[in-house]
Design a protein around this ligand. Structure first.
Ligand SMILES: [Zn+2]
Length: 264
């Protein structure tokens, strides 16, 4: 199995996965999206809300705000406090604002310095003169499988393409293939044409349609994939991939040790 990173920034990354299978690619996609723990607001205790938003709507909006969190932080189920809630698995955030103003995510004050809204400019509510929001919220780690507010990223993949050009079948193929390809896959060389960027091909088959005598051949490679990862949490896209691979490793180890015990 080979991984090649095509591009990466903090929130996005594109990479290729070669010598693999659709089953593994899909497992990786699902784990990256829904099995990486991230922090989100779970309970909201509203003391006062005279804004235009219903309490439920306000709580829902708060839950969707991505929060930063320390590396060493436990999920409530795995914490030593047995789910009662302690500083290692739970964070309290307080919001107290009076209008006229726009209440922003950065207005939430946290009891843990490492926990704050990932983007302070996210608007929560618009308050008119005299309107108030006063509430206390608790945030825990969770997974996308429980609720989409804990989804760490959006991940998609597609097959890589096998692209081949045969000038011996159609002498003109080199002259028009570059122009018809909307994804800039081909490049002109002195000796003819080169398939320079096969990872750009989205299997549109435009070159196959215009070529005579099957001079352009494009087929999906079912063992190679192009992944696109976009983080929707405070974790960088690269960390999400790393954590997903660690999870696959842990699960495989658990399976092996369970199997060995059962086989004894
Ligand atoms: Zn705890």
């Amino acid at each position: 199995m080979k991984i090649k990173i095509i591009e990466k920034s903090d929130s996005k990354m594109r990479f290729t996965l070669e010598d693999s299978s659709p089953a593994f690619a899909n497992a990786l996609r699902r784990i990256m999206m829904n099995e990486i723990p991230v922090l989100a607001i779970e309970n909201v205790d509203i003391e006062e809300n005279s804004s235009g938003l219903f309490d439920e709507m306000l709580a829902h909006r708060l839950g969707l705000i991505p929060l930063t969190f320390p590396e060493k932080f436990n999920s409530k189920e795995e914490c030593k406090c047995d789910g009662r809630g302690c500083s290692m698995c739970e964070v309290t955030l307080v919001l107290d604002k009076t209008g006229p103003c726009t209440v922003l995510a950065s207005d939430m004050k946290s009891t843990n310095d490492d926990v704050r809204s990932f983007d302070g400019n996210i608007p929560i509510a618009e308050l008119l003169d005299g309107q108030k929001i006063r509430l206390e919220a608790t945030a825990n780690l969770g997974r996308g499988t429980q609720h989409m507010k804990w989804q760490s990223s959006v991940v998609g993949y597609r097959y890589m393409a096998n692209v081949r050009i045969h000038p011996d079948r159609d002498g003109d193929v080199e002259s028009y293939t570059i122009d018809v390809c909307p994804k800039n896959v081909f490049e002109k060389k002195e000796s003819g044409i080169k398939v320079a960027r096969p990872e750009n091909c989205n299997l549109c088959m435009r070159c196959v349609e215009v070529a005579k005598d099957n001079a352009a051949v494009v087929s999906p490679d079912e063992s190679s994939f192009i992944f696109k990862v976009e983080s929707v949490s405070s974790l960088p896209a690269c960390d999400i991939l790393e954590k997903a691979i660690e999870q696959i490793e842990t699960r495989a180890e658990e399976f092996i040790s369970g199997f060995k015990k059962a086989a004894r």
